[in-house]
Design a protein around this ligand. Structure first.
Ligand code: SF4
Length: 375
C-alpha cells in the first residue's frame, strides 16, 4: 500500500454542532422541465434555464458569481435559488505519486462523505458516494460500522463528479490536464438503497449537454450488495450502465453474516436478478468478491462460485477479486497470494472470467469510509 500524504487541509475539522438534513434544492436536482419551471418562478426568461445548465454541466462552473454571461443583477437571486453551497473540500489525500486522490467533503449540514479519483494511462475513474455512511452493516467494512448518516441528494452525488471533472480539466491532479472518463458508485453507501436519487444522478452524469455531464452510460458502474427488486427495477430503466454485485461468497450460510442483507434476498434471488439485468441490458455483470483469509477463500467456495455463476449468468459475468486490505483493529485479513491464485484458477476452470483487481482499487476499497470516520 502506498503512503497517503495529506496535501491540503485548509479547513478546520471541528465543526459547530450541525443540524442534519438534506440541502436546499440545487440545479442538479432538477431535470430539464423542472429547471425551466424553476427559472420561470424566478421571473427569468426561459433561455436562462439552459444557459445555467451549460455553465454547470458544460463549463463545470457551480458559482453564479463567475457566470459572466448572466446579468450581474440576477446572479445573487440565481445563486440563492439554484446554487446553494453543496460540498466543501475538507482535505485531499494523495498516493501513487498524486495520481490517486481521495477527497473528504463536508456537506452543508456537517455530514462527511468522500470520493476518490484514480488516474490511469488510458482513463480517469472517479469513485463516488451515494450515501453518507451505510446501513448495510457488512462486518468487514469501515463505513458499515458507523451506520447510515443520511442519503445524499442527486445534486450532492452529481457535484462530486462535476468537481472531479473540473479538477482534471484544470490540471489539479498529477499527470497534467485530462478528462474524466469513468464513474463508479463504489464509495460510501448502498446506491440502490437511495434508488431514485441515484438513478436521477446517473441520468445527469450521462445526459449530453445541456442536460448533463455527457459521460457514456457504459462508463458508469452502479454497485450493490444485492437488493434484488431494485436490481430488476434498474434493469427496466433503459440505461446501459454496468451493474456490479458485491457477492463475497456463493453460499447463503456465510453470506448471511458477511453481507447481512442476504437474510432478506438470498444468493439465488440476487443472481436471478443479475441475470434479468444482463438479459435486459445486454451488459455483462461484474461480481465483486473481497477475498478474506480463512473466511471465504477456500477452494470449494471457488468451485461453488464458478458453478453458480456459470449456471446463472453463462458468459454474461466477470468476477473481480479484491484482496482485502484490513481496516485498523480489524480481525479480517487478506488471503495469501498462492490462495488467491488458486481461487482464480478454480473459478476460471468453471468457464467464468475472473481477475484480481489492481492494487490501486484495493487500496481505495480498503480505505472506504476511513477518512470520514477520522474526520
Ligand atoms: S461494504 Fe458497501 S454495502 Fe457493505 S457496509 Fe460497506 S459500504 Fe455498505
Amino acid at each position: 500500500m502506498g503512503e497517503w500524504i495529506i496535501m491540503a487541509s485548509s479547513l478546520p475539522l471541528v465543526f459547530d454542532a450541525p443540524k442534519r438534513g438534506m440541502p436546499p434544492r440545487h440545479l442538479a436536482d432538477l431535470d430539464s422541465e423542472q429547471r425551466r419551471e424553476a427559472v420561470r418562478e424566478l421571473g427569468l426568461p426561459a433561455f436562462r434555464a439552459d444557459q445555467l445548465a451549460r455553465q454547470y454541466y458544460g463549463r463545470l462552473e457551480a458559482d453564479p458569481a463567475k457566470m459572466t454571461d448572466l446579468p450581474a443583477t440576477v446572479r445573487d437571486t440565481v445563486g440563492t435559488a439554484l446554487f446553494p453551497p453543496l460540498l466543501t473540500a475538507v482535505k485531499h489525500i494523495a498516493c501513487d505519486k498524486g495520481e490517486t486522490r481521495k477527497t473528504l467533503w463536508r456537506a452543508h449540514d456537517g455530514t462527511l462523505l468522500e470520493s476518490v479519483l484514480m488516474r490511469y494511462p488510458d482513463r480517469a475513474t472517479l469513485c463516488i458516494s451515494s450515501q453518507a455512511g451505510c446501513g448495510m452493516a457488512c462486518p468487514f467494512c469501515a463505513t458499515g460500522q458507523g451506520g447510515l448518516d443520511r442519503n445524499l441528494t442527486t445534486a450532492e452525488i452529481v457535484d462530486q463528479v462535476r468537481a472531479a471533472a473540473a479538477a482534471l480539466r484544470d490540471g489539479d491532479v498529477a499527470g497534467g490536464p485530462g478528462r474524466l472518463s469513468n464513474v463508479v458508485f463504489m464509495g460510501m453507501g448502498e446506491p440502490l438503497a437511495n434508488y431514485k436519487r441515484v438513478v436521477a444522478a446517473v441520468r445527469r452524469i450521462t445526459s449530453p449537454a445541456p442536460d448533463g455531464l455527457g459521460l457514456s452510460q457504459r462508463s458508469v458502474t452502479v454497485s450493490t450488495v444485492g437488493l434484488a427488486p431494485a436490481i430488476r427495477k434498474l434493469a427496466d430503466e433503459g440505461l446501459s450502465v454496468t451493474l456490479a454485485v458485491s457477492l463475497h461468497t456463493p453460499d447463503d450460510e456465510l453470506r448471511d453474516t458477511l453481507v447481512p442483507v442476504n437474510n432478506r434476498w438470498s444468493v439465488k434471488e440476487v443472481l436471478d436478478a443479475a441475470r434479468y439485468y444482463a438479459d435486459k441490458t445486454g451488459r455483462r455483470v461484474s461480481i465483486e468478491y473481497a477475498l478474506i483469509r480463512d473466511v471465504n477463500d477456500q477452494p470449494w467456495r471457488a468451485d461453488l462460485l464458478g458453478k453458480k455463476l456459470h449456471k446463472a449468468l453463462g458468459a454474461l459475468v466477470h468476477v473481480n477479486l479484491i484482496p482485502l486490505n484490513p481496516t485498523p483493529g480489524s480481525e479480517w485479513d487478506a488471503s495469501p497470494k498462492h490462495v488467491e491464485r488458486e481461487f482464480v484458477r478454480r473459478v476460471q476452470a468453471q468457464g467464468v472470467s475472473c481477475t484480481v483487481r489492481d492494487t490501486r482499487g484495493q487500496e481505495i476499497a480498503a480505505a472506504c469510509g476511513q477518512l470520514a470516520a477520522e474526520g
